[in-house]
Design a protein around this ligand. Structure first.
Ligand code: IPM
Ligand code: MN
Length: 360
């Protein structure tokens, strides 16, 4: 077995971030033990935790740790004390946005796959959700998230602008087309081209690029329609590509298909660094209570290993998660009426033991 050493930046962040990341690191250690790898972890602060420490949600030291690592594992960001204060000058979320931008993480891959044992945990009917397996490719460093914004002097008006360049659209649509080539060769471009100029640029750019990929069936869908199709016919999607905010909203919606937001991992990639994070937020009400679902973060760690070329290692994590689901080892967001909910650390330990006890 080839032993590999990898340097991983670990950014636990806020709320439940530290607890779920601790479980994912535990799982990585089980993988290291079983496969004979060495992972070196460099911890760094981001979000409200970093504001408390040094007044900056994305400190220079954290940026350096990220750049020096082979991959970044990130928990969650956000603290209610800022949400309820519209005058706050620094916000934890700025840390995440600056990090994405600084590291050039322009693509956020969010796989939405129904885990068979969770079929009856979905609020949607079995026949609707069965077979759901798609990836949303969300543009991550452009659009309204990063456009000019402002508030008028009298505080009575505000604006946010959405801008995209052709180059920004091209690189993300190309990535989505390449991904579709490796999957079922279907791409849905989601926009609001009946209203927005940026969407028309997206559609025109996608049309031109699609011509280079005749094997991929490309269709175009308005975002409002896509929101509906996602919960009525989710299994028709293979790869979905869309701009930053549409992708943010649609993937939270899509997360309910599989029964819980706590199950969805993601990878944020660009030309250099790569960051792996659950799509959910910091769930402050659960912070410190050992009740949050660590699976999205653990599955993000699996995506991280696959990104590092460690496919069997990633698969070992996925198998262990599947085993936990089959055995009903789930947190309260997924528990069946009358059944016991497992703790964050209980789920992590079970997954670790599965990885260590099964032999390749
Ligand atoms: C996400 C989150 C972030 C986003 C927030 C925390 C800024 O909701 O990763 O989806 O909107 O991108
Ligand atoms: Mn979101």
């Amino acid at each position: 077995m080839l032993s590999m050493k990898h340097k991983i930046a670990v950014l636990p962040g806020d709320g439940i971030g530290p607890e779920i990341v601790a479980e994912a690191v535990g799982v990585l250690e089980s993988v290291a033990a079983r496969f004979g790898h060495e992972f070196e972890y460099a911890y760094a602060a981001v979000g409200a935790a970093a504001i408390d420490e040094c007044g900056d949600p994305y400190p220079a030291g954290t940026d350096r740790v990220c750049r020096e690592s082979d991959a970044i594992l990130f928990g969650a960001i956000g603290d209610p004390k800022y949400d309820n204060d519209p005058t706050a000058k620094v916000r934890p979320e700025q840390g995440l946005l600056r990090m994405r931008r600084a590291l050039g993480l322009y693509a956020n891959l969010r796989p939405v796959k129904l885990h068979a044992p969770l079929t009856d945990r979905s609020p949607l009917r079995r026949e609707v959700v069965e077979g759901t397996d798609f990836v949303c490719v969300r543009e991550l460093t452009g659009g309204i998230y990063f456009g000019e914004r402002g508030l008028s002097a009298d505080g009575l008006a505000a604006f946010d602008t959405c801008t995209y360049t052709r180059g920004e659209v091209e690189r993300i649509v190309r990535m989505a087309l390449e991904l579709a080539m490796k999957r079922r060769r279907k791409l849905t471009v989601v926009d609001k081209a009946n209203v927005l100029e940026t969407s028309r640029l997206w559609r025109e750019t996608a049309r031109a690029l699609a011509a280079e990929y005749p094997a991929v069936e490309v269709d175009y869908m308005f975002v409002d329609n896509a929101a509906m199709q996602l919960v009525t016919r989710p299994s028709v999607f293979d790869v979905v590509v869309t701009e930053n905010m549409f992708g943010d909203i649609l993937t939270d919606e899509a997360s309910v298909i599989g029964g819980s937001l706590g199950m969805l991992p993601s990878a944020s990639v660009g030309d250099g660094n790569a960051l792996f994070e659950p799509i959910h937020g910091s769930y402050p009400q659960a912070a410190g209570r050992n009740i949050a679902n660590p699976m999205a973060t653990i599955l993000s760690a699996a995506m991280m290993l696959e990104h590092l070329g460690l496919d069997s290692e990633g698969a070992a994590i996925r198998e262990a998660v599947e085993k936990a689901l089959e055995q009903g080892i789930v947190s309260e967001d997924l528990v069946k009426k009358g059944d016991k909910a497992y703790s964050t650390s209980g789920i992590g330990s079970y997954i670790c033991s599965q990885i260590q006890n099964s032999h390749a």
